[in-house]
Design a binder for this molecule. Structure first.
Ligand code: ADP
Ligand code: MG
Length: 211
């Protein structure tokens, strides 16, 4: 089975629903170590993506074009730091599947890994700095390892989700070194990073939708 533009649109719709349902919790998490807007930012972004994709002619759109549309609409809708981070993720995903009308399992894993790399490059954060990278990076590594071991896409995304959950949990024991919450220093200890928490929600929706 392959993944095409309409599957990716369904995936973005699923992410928008999951983020909307998680919006208050994400704002609460951001309220503890940030400015309490993370749920609003993510919901604005993914609702804008959903609206933009709804007006695409899917029969005439390749995955690359769809992902670039997602990038542009997310960036335009979100003023917070998550805006350029996810926009870069989608732009890199678009580049990773350029020229392909249908994506095989390994293409989707490459798309997923490109998202994580885009977030790292844009934010210049490494793991351990208490950001969404602490969920995305281990998730991308787990998906890659699972795919290389010959597992199905469903299994690889399941492995990614489990790794993202562990990574987000681990941010509780980290001192923020990037972004707004880095101003708190040691006072950021003991709290989950909101961007890592929303990454789990995004990856969970991707897993459910694409599996
Ligand atoms: P803002 O901090 O501008 O209000 P959001 O609340 O939408 O933006 O997002 C905050 C999240 O963004 C943080 O929890 C963190 O995960 C992520 N973040 C912030 N700076 C960076 C960075 N340089 N690299 C990766 N992720 C980052
Ligand atoms: Mg914020």
């Amino acid at each position: 089975m392959t993944i095409g533009a309409s599957d990716l649109k369904r995936m973005f719709d699923a992410i928008a629903v999951a983020i909307e349902a998680d919006r208050d919790r994400l704002c609460q998490l951001d309220g503890v170590i940030g400015d309490a807007d993370h749920g609003i930012a993510m919901a604005l972004g993914f609702n804008a993506v959903r609206d933009a994709l709804a007006s695409l002619d899917l029969a005439a759109t390749e995955p690359t074009g769809l992902l670039n549309t997602a990038a542009k609409s997310f960036l335009n809708a979100v003023g917070a730091s998550s805006g350029p981070l996810y926009a870069t993720a989608f732009m890199r995903a678009a580049a990773a599947v350029k020229g392909k009308a249908e994506l095989a399992d390994s293409d989707v894993v490459a798309l997923f890994q490109a998202m994580a790399q885009g977030i790292r490059d844009r934010g210049k954060a490494e793991t351990g700095e208490k950001t969404m990278v602490d969920a995305w990076q281990p998730a991308a590594e787990a998906a890659g390892a699972s795919n290389a071991a010959g597992k199905s896409l469903a299994e690889s995304l399941q492995a990614a989700l489990a790794a993202a959950e562990r990574g987000a949990e681990a941010t509780k024991d980290m001192i923020a070194a990037k972004g707004r919450s880095s101003r708190l220093g040691e006072r950021s200890l003991g709290h989950m990073d909101p961007g890592a928490a929303s990454a789990v929600t995004v990856i969970g929706a991707m897993q459910k939708s694409l599996a």
